[in-house]
Design a protein. Sequence first.
Length: 188
Amino acid sequence: MEEITQLDKKILVFLNALGSEDYDSLWLFITKQLHWTPIFLFVFYLMFKKIGWKNLLLVLVSLALLIAFTDQFTNLIKDHFQRLRPCKDPQICDVIRVVKSSDTFSFFSGHAANSMASTVFIFAILRKHYKYAILLFLFPLIFAYSRIYLGLHFPGDILTGYFIGTVFGFTFYKLYLMVHKKYFLKEI
């Protein structure tokens, strides 16, 4: 396990060093969920066009539950493992570019888990309707990379967040289908 942890730190140092002060403000902008709102609204509009209001309402409720569940699970795991963030890790904090700091724990990334969970869920619904729905996965890739760039997460935190998010997103999609089948008539 120690070898994996050291490799994780080496990869972080490499990826983080690719950053430049010229781009810090861009990555600080990217890392805030609120700044993605226009894209989210556009995706919801596309969804509305294909599945209608009633189904969109079920999607929004499902997403809210998915994000709440994923977020609480993430916090439970962070409190259990209590891994220091790269910006607070005494072994590397003086070596990396710390653009943003946080006092919470690192393992695993809630940004990665929530963004992947919501993307998997929405992709599963939209893939039948839109040829390029796969492009939705640019969101969690860019969003979660911002956490490495800023010095807030290790790559292992991101990858674990992606895995957990994928599992939860797919699980909630299956639950959504069960509820939809039971209470709604329009096919999605």
